[in-house]
Design a binder for this molecule. Structure first.
Ligand SMILES: Nc1nc2c(ncn2[C@@H]2O[C@H](COP(=O)(O)OP(=O)(O)O)[C@@H](O)[C@H]2O)c(=O)[nH]1
Ligand SMILES: [Mg+2]
Length: 311
């Protein structure tokens, strides 16, 4: 089967075609590229929203509440969970599963947990490609949930147009618990579990931290909002803030610059992926062994491989 034939089907709302297409991009390789090539001209309209933060902060619960709020506004929502402990994939406590299921059966919502399946470039690549597929399938908002931990997550967050960082009360004096990198990528902070003690203090600490950060005139000032995701509280204000951020990007012409930067990263990643794939010919294992034995240096070996591959 030609994988690109899945694209018109998923554009018509065929959920099985969409699920299959995402599995193909998880695996990577030529079928994934054929799919992407077919999907790309139909994508670009969706607003990608990254939701990141520490494990247990309530990201999945918040994603559910946000999706419900967008649905109330008639917006189609795709959800990608890049969290191995995601309740979407089972293993969640009963109450959480029931909340997630509230979205089930709605054709305006599509939920998917991602795995990289050993793809070159890993989960970040697979996730970016899955977002393109959801975009082509006419989901207007694509929510990407990641655990805010490593560089991979920061990369995923960068691909999003709006990044929401979720925190919980009780950071205490340990404001450093927010990774510096996360502070940079955050467009919006949500202090979730505001039903717990100390939410106000956490909000104040975050605002103080943001106040200290260097700030260009006219730049977006990340708001700090609160939520009780389990009760859906705060979801409307967060959805409003995401809309304001999108409007800000448009008004300042930042959207174009963002798209340009994202395209550059996409292209660089594609060059890397294709070059690596082509370089992994019959000589690969032998050269790996020689580099390990220090008979060769990695750059010299790379030159040889790329030349042999005609790159
Ligand atoms: N008290 C309280 N618990 C919450 C809230 N939001 C989520 N939780 C709970 O926190 C736990 C972790 O939530 P989950 O959404 O899986 O967190 P994630 O790991 O960040 O995705 C679950 O048991 C949720 O029911 C909230 O606003 N208040
Ligand atoms: Mg989660």
């Amino acid at each position: 089967m030609d994988p690109s034939s899945l694209i018109p089907r998923l554009q018509d709302g065929d959920r099985r075609a969409l699920a299959r297409a995402i599995t193909i991009v998880e695996t990577g390789g030529p079928p994934a590229r054929a799919l992407l090539a077919a999907a790309y001209p139909h994508a670009g309209a969706a607003h990608l929203v990254g939701i990141t933060g520490p494990p247990g902060a309530g990201k999945s619960t918040l994603v559910t509440a946000l999706a419900q709020e967008w649905r109330r506004r008639g917006v189609r929502v795709g959800i990608i969970a890049v969290d191995p402990t995601s309740p979407y994939s089972g293993g969640a406590v009963l109450g959480d599963r029931i909340r997630m299921q509230a979205l089930g059966g709605d054709p305006g919502v599509f939920i998917r947990s991602m795995a990289s399946r050993g793809r070159l470039g890993g989960l970040a690549r697979a996730t970016a490609d899955a977002a393109v597929l959801l975009d082509a399938a006419r989901f207007q908002v694509v929510l990407i949930e990641t655990v805010g931990a490593g560089q991979g997550e920061v990369d995923i967050a960068r691909a999003a147009r709006t990044t929401v960082v979720v925190e919980v009360p009780g950071m205490g004096d340990d404001v450093q618990s927010i990774k510096a990198g996360m502070l940079e990528v955050a467009d919006l902070f949500v202090v979730n579990k505001a039903d717990r003690e100390g939410a106000d203090k956490t909000v104040r600490q975050l605002r103080a931290m943001l106040h200290l950060a260097p700030h260009a005139p006219g730049a977006w000032e990340p708001p700090v909002l609160t939520a009780v995701a389990t009760a859906g509280q705060g979801a409307d204000a967060i959805v409003d803030a995401v809309a304001r951020h999108a409007a800000h990007l448009e008004a300042r012409g930042v959207a174009g610059a963002h798209a340009h930067a994202a395209a550059e990263r996409e292209l660089a990643a594609a060059v890397q992926e294709l070059a690596l794939e082509r370089a992994r010919g019959p000589a690969w294992e032998d050269l790996v062994a020689r580099v390990a034995a220090r008979e060769r240096d990695p750059y010299g070996a790379a030159e040889e491989l790329l030349r042999a591959a005609g790159i």
